[in-house]
Structures are given as C-alpha cells and as structure tokens.
Ligand binder design. Sequence first.
Ligand code: HAM
Length: 459
Amino acid sequence: MPRKSKIKEKTDEELEVKKSKVKFPQLLRGMKDILPSEQKYWDFIYSKVFKIAQDYGFEKIDTPILEETSLFVRSVGKETDIVEKEMFSFVDKGGENISLRPELTAPIARAYIEHGMVNLPQPIKLFYWGPMFRHERPQAGRYRQAHQFGFEILGSLHPVLDTQLILLTSILYEELGVDFTIQINNLGCPNCRPDYIQLLRDYYSTRKRFLCNNCKKRFQSNPLRLLDCKEGGCRELANQAPQIVDHLCEDCRGHFVKVLEYLDEAEVSYNLNPRVVRGLDYYTRTTFEIWTSEIRDHQTELGGGGRYDNLIKELGGRPTPALGFAGGIERIISRIKEKEIFIPEKEKPDVFLAQLGESARKKSLRLLENLRKEGIRVTESLSQDGLKNQLFLASKLGIRFTLILGQKEIIDKTILLRDMEDGSQEIIDFRKIGEEIKKRLVKKSKKFIEEEDKIEEKK
Ligand code: HAM
C-alpha cells in the first residue's frame, strides 16, 4: 500500500550520537536500514538495471552471501586491503573458514566452474544485485554492508565485448540521470606486467620518503596501488610515474587499441587514466571506473570493473577469459539525491475502502480481494473505526474515490461511492461496484488526457 512514509532516515551522525546515549540493541556501525521512504530509489535503479540487462541479453544470477574464505584470498588477492583488513571472516560450527562476500565477481566465477557453464554456448552473460560486506572505516559513501549491481561476461577474449560493457554501463548511468565520466586504463597481463612493476619499483625506490605511511607498506606488497593513493604527495609522484600503457606487450596493446577504436566508433567519451589500477588482484588488460564528474574524494567512484582473463583458471576451471562491472547502489542514490533527480512516485491506489462497524469490517475483507481481482488498486484502513478518520486518510493519500460501507448499506446490498474531489456521493449496487468504479476511472483518465492536450495546444 503506497502510503507516504513518516519514518525519516537518520543521518549517519545522528545515529552515532544516539548510539553513545542509548543501551538497547542498535544498528551495527557502517550498516543501514533501507526505510520505506528510501525504497523508491532502489526500485528506480533496479528497474533500469533490469531493463538494460534484458536488452543486452544478461540473465540473472544470485549466489550465497557466505563463501569459503579461500575463494576471495585466491581471487581478490591476499595482499589487497579487502582481504587483508576488510573481510568479515569467521570459523563456522563445522570448523570451516568462511566469509561474508566482499564482492560478487569471484562467487560468479566459482558458480561458472561449479555448474559447468563452460559447456554452454559462450559467452555467458550474467547480471546480479545484492549486498556485499567490507569492514571499512565508515564514512560518507563507505558502508560495511553496501549493495552492488553488476554484469559479467564469461568466455570471450574479444575486445568488442570490453567496449560493449563500457557502452551499456554508460547508457545505464545516463538513464539514471547521474553525472559521470568514464576512466579507462589497461593493466597488461602476466607477460608484460611484471616488467612494468619492476620499473615502478625502481621509480619509487628513490622517492620512498615522500610516500604516505600506507604507501610505504604498499611499495613492497602491491606497488600498483601507489598510483591511486589520494594523498597529495603520493598523487604528485604518481603523476610523474612510468605509465603501464607505454609498456604493454604486443597482444595487450593490440587489444587496447581495438577497445578504444570501438569506443570511438560507438561515440562513447572516456578519459585515459593510468591511475585506474583497481583494488582487486584479478584484473588483466582493460580496467575502467565510473566517476562522478566533480572529483572529490572516496565517494567519487560510482562503479568499476574490467577484464579478469585468468581468474577462472586460477580458481581451478578451464582457461576462460572474462570481464565485468559492478556499480555501487548507495553511492548512486546519494548522487541522485544531491542532484535532486526526479524519481517517479509509485502510482496511487484508485479507491479507498472505508468501513463502519464490525459487520462492514468483516464484509470488507472479501470485498477488497474481489476488487483486487478485478484489477482495481484499492487501499484501506481496516483497523480504524470513525468515518472522519478514514476520509481524512483517503484525502491525505490523494485518492480520488472512497467506497463507504456501513450497516445500512449491508442491509440494502449497496455501497456509497464518494468522489473526494467534489464531495458528491452516489449509492451503488453492491454487485456492480467494480464495473461502476472502472467506468469512472476511464472517464477520469479521458478528462485528464483532454486537459493535457489543451495544455499542449496552448504551448
Ligand atoms: P569495486 O570497485 O570494489 O569492484 O566495487 C564496485 C563499486 O562498489 C565501487 O565503485 C563503489 O561504487 C561500490 N563500493 C565498493 N565498496 C563500497 C563501500 N564500502 N560502500 C559503498 N559502496 C562501495 C568490485 O567489487 C568488482 N567485483 C567489480 C567487478 C565486476 N569487476 C569485474 N566484474
């Protein structure tokens, strides 16, 4: 029943203050309730994701929230922030090491192998929508339970698919109405990347003292990540660092050139950005991110993805090149709100059913069901008694017609139909309620179309 919700979402700051004062069980840090008033944003984004997925031939997949910890250690990478610091991992009652999924690509690669999808016609195109968990320091745009939608294409190395994925992503963000830019890079492959990493180490080894503490640690474990540090000093160093696109092997360069050619052909605008190195180890070749057009901080990234041609093989499957993308739903919603993008409200019910007295309440239960079966959108407030209260609610909900059922109407086998706009009331035969309402709804929509046409003519 689409009533306007009075439950207001508390800001993260308000929740923190409340937490320090009260003692009853509280929402965990970095987690969020999605209240009724918020649902329209989620429905809006889901409808757009679903439509694009259908148009481009992606089928939906859902994987469990819990997976073996080793799945993420072997895919996302042992030395990444996600695996090293952010996983919700524990030993279950059966002694197994399991984790709440910190992302959804590795579970999908696992499912691809486990269900023998390699034997189906390739490529396999899958899409998903669901929560993921990272124990990050909570701050604006960074949650411990966040939600992603994503698209994965498994079983093809063709560069046209990289372009198609970037294209459909950009169409989706355009349809969502958010401002964005596409940032593209290429991370090479196991043939060319090690030499580049060595070059990067050589470059940073004489400049280590200018790095932030975090990057000093990353210098050994994950030098690529030095390039996307947001600290001022590290940023300046990254700007002067050797760029991987100048050190790609022939195959990777050829692939990259093709992707860019197709992108130009499809008239997709993008920025080549050597800093798009991603925080997960499984990437090869094309990587890309969707940024808000105002570059600010961690909230900038509205989504990211790329190729992971070796992941399925590394997890024990047959060599299967693949690529994908995931968007951050909370971040998109926050951008939609900031930009005050119009989200259509759910359609209002056609009729409100008000009942007076216990017999009418009993009769209403079936009547509601019969109206619903006739395709009439009806709402009620069965637990209320007074007519005044119920009419007040109906007008607050902006519903055009109210049906009023009382003791007298039950005896007469009638019902009252009240037009909430002009207050007029008619007595209707109880057996013809559906028919009569539908007639009036058609009249109402015809009148509405005529009025709209008149406004158009005036223009
Ligand atoms: P990711 O860049 O880690 O990639 O996450 C994708 C998006 O999820 C980010 O761009 C961001 O918008 C959102 N996000 C990530 N962490 C948080 C958080 N703590 N709070 C709120 N939003 C967040 C992946 O997860 C890859 N699996 C993407 C992919 C799919 N690559 C290939 N296929």
